[in-house]
Design a protein around this ligand. Structure first.
Ligand code: S3P
Length: 177
């Protein structure tokens, strides 16, 4: 890692259903950091749901909001930032996060993702007729972006608490360097 990076925060990236929000909350508790979620911030700022923004304004409008939110996080300290699954597909967003945060990717297989999201209905990208094919397609397209994280953790065979403990372990090692 570059010596000129400031590691004041911790960011979680990864596909929908990888556990970013749940793990993020646990990590924030363990480190005594604040917890923020870019999707929640967008919903609070606009007073609208993600579903409504996608439906009314379209995905590109949502992505513009995401990029604005990410840029505004640069002045934060001691914060765990959970991000929306598509956020790192804009290289600008990942570059911005890396100026102040250690970035972790929570990885999961398409099968595990399906198992975790199949009973949920708040993700517009998975509401089409073939959600399982959509998961495989999006995951394959996003893999090169996710792999640019500082640390990649496979969550398939681990509980949320185990993943959170691993994140904290890596973060402490890196912050002490
Ligand atoms: C998206 C993931 C969602 C949310 C939006 C788009 C994506 O966040 O940002 O529905 O493109 O993968 P989660 O990853 O928290 O579900």
């Amino acid at each position: 890692m570059h010596n000129d990076r400031r590691i004041a925060n911790l960011a979680l990236i990864g596909f929908m259903g990888a556990g970013k929000s749940s793990v993020g909350r646990l990590v924030a508790e363990l480190l005594d950091f604040e917890y923020l979620d870019t999707d929640e911030m967008i919903q609070t700022d606009t007073g609208r749901t993600i579903t409504d923004i996608f439906k009314t304004d379209g995905e590109p409008a949502f992505r513009t909001l995401e990029t604005k939110i990410v840029a505004g996080l640069a002045s934060r300290v001691k914060t765990v930032i959970a991000t929306g699954g598509g956020l790192p597909t804009n290289p600008k967003n990942l570059a911005s996060l890396k100026t102040h945060a250690l970035v972790f990717c929570l990885w999961a297989s398409p099968e595990k993702i399906w198992e975790r999201v199949k009973n949920q209905s708040h993700r517009p990208l998975l509401q089409g007729p073939e959600p399982q094919a959509k998961i495989r397609e999006l995951l394959a397209a996003r893999e090169p972006f996710y792999k640019q994280a500082d640390v990649l953790l496979n969550t398939d065979l681990r509980s949320l608490r185990e993943v959170a403990q691993q994140v904290v372990h890596h973060f402490r090692l890196e912050a002490a360097r």
